[in-house]
Write a protein that binds this ligand. Structure first.
Ligand SMILES: NC(=O)c1ccc[n+]([C@@H]2O[C@H](COP(=O)([O-])OP(=O)(O)OC[C@H]3O[C@@H](n4cnc5c(N)ncnc54)[C@H](O)[C@@H]3O)[C@@H](O)[C@H]2O)c1
Length: 348
């Protein structure tokens, strides 16, 4: 068998290598650095091709493709969301993605993105909170203590400067797991028996639960003035976390309105309800938080540019941290037109 040519090879970051990369850089630093890449890309929002993600729904969950391009690079992520998976021993969310050159269409990176999605979601949440959370917010309630939970807590510690996280999950084992994992971070961790208890004294409330139905993780009476809500888990048609009355009292900030109106908390509102696009806040066109009493809500669903930014970040690390293998992924015949001949010669 002949060896693949250089053009055939695409760097592949496996789960194992992603873990090596995260541990070499340090999870908190990596989240903060991904947040910088995400912010850079939000600030050049108009350069990107944007489309709501392509979703295939079933009774059990959803499989989605998330493409975007800045004209130089093209990226996409494959991701699923299956709330019943955990009980069956599977992850709720798994993902992988590709970054490619636009000029010749050749992929330049193939990467696992289950871990990278948790990092980029946390990075996005914390980045957005930098613009929207009340000044000197020190305590975050974290409702839903599953796979994303510790990444979120770490991101808010590193980027926003919180010192305390108040954990709650309907499954106490999940809370115990998160508390254990967060022990070494220096965060003060308080475990709470109810969502009501968790939000007490918190300036930031993160909801990060998984349920394939309209859920009410927060009711109106639980949300006082001046808080920032980081709503992660409502990210599909029919899958929300907040009571509608909270939305009506909040200033709502979103990634890409055409996608969020389908998938986010605002699917509960009129299609023309006023929302603010985050890229406008980050470019200084409109204010973020404008008063101490205001309730700000990041109606997060996860947008393709954030994955693009995360893939860009990983690609940029590979020279310094060569945690990848080369995959023989692209057929590269000596004569570009002789694809058949290449196959036939391989038989001899
Ligand atoms: N917005 C984004 O960019 C983005 C990115 C990734 C994941 N998500 C979403 O975030 C959510 C969490 O993802 P995950 O990977 O951590 O899922 P997970 O299944 O690992 O964890 C979810 C946790 O929520 C808990 N939970 C369910 N109902 C609850 C309730 N009523 N009160 C308190 N806790 C409750 C479950 O016990 C579980 O521990 C999912 O809905 C996922 O689709 C959003």
């Amino acid at each position: 068998m002949s060896k693949p040519s250089k053009l055939a090879l695409v760097p592949f970051v496996s789960v194992d290598n992603m873990m090596n990369l995260v541990n070499a850089i340090g999870p908190a630093r990596m989240i903060a650095e991904i947040a910088e890449y995400i912010e850079q890309d939000f600030k050049r929002w108009e350069q990107f091709d944007k489309t709501p993600r392509v979703a295939a729904h079933s009774d059990e969950g959803v499989i989605e493709l998330m493409p975007t391009s800045d004209g130089e690079s093209y990226g996409f992520k494959y991701v699923n969301g299956h709330p019943a998976n955990m009980a069956r021993g599977f992850q709720t969310v798994t993902a992988f993605g590709v970054l490619a050159r636009v000029d010749n269409g050749y992929p330049v990176l193939l990467s696992e993105m289950t871990i990278l999605t948790a990092l980029r979601t946390a990075a996005t949440s914390a980045l957005v909170a930098k613009y929207l959370a009340p000044e000197s917010a020190g305590t975050m309630a974290m409702i839903g203590n599953g796979a994303q939970c510790e990444f979120q807590a770490l991101a808010f510690q590193q980027v926003v400067g919180i010192h305390t996280v108040r954990l709650h999950d309907i499954d106490t084992e999940a809370t115990e797991k998160a508390a254990r994992n967060l022990q070494a971070t220096g965060l003060k961790v308080v475990t709470c028996a109810s969502a009501q208890e968790a939000v007490t004294g918190a300036q930031i409330i993160t909801t990060c639960t998984a349920d394939k139905q309209y859920a009410t993780i927060l009711t109106d009476n639980m949300v006082g003035s001046g808080v920032h809500i980081n709503a992660i888990g409502g990210d599909c048609p029919g899958k929300t976390e907040l009571h509608r009355d909270i939305l009506l009292r909040s200033d709502i900030f979103v990634e890409y309105p055409p996608q969020t109106r389908i998938e986010g908390e605002i699917q509960q509102l009129d299609p023309d309800h006023q929302v603010t696009e985050l890229w406008r806040v980050m470019t200084g066109q409109v204010p973020g938080r404008s008063s101490p009493e205001q309730i700000t809500l990041f109606d997060s669903v996860g947008f393709a540019t954030e994955d693009f930014s995360a893939l860009r970040y990983v690609r940029d690390q590979l020279e310094r941290y060569p945690h990848f293998v080369d995959l023989d992924m692209l057929a590269d015949p000596d004569d570009p037109r002789d694809l058949f001949g290449m196959v036939a010669r391989a038989a001899t």
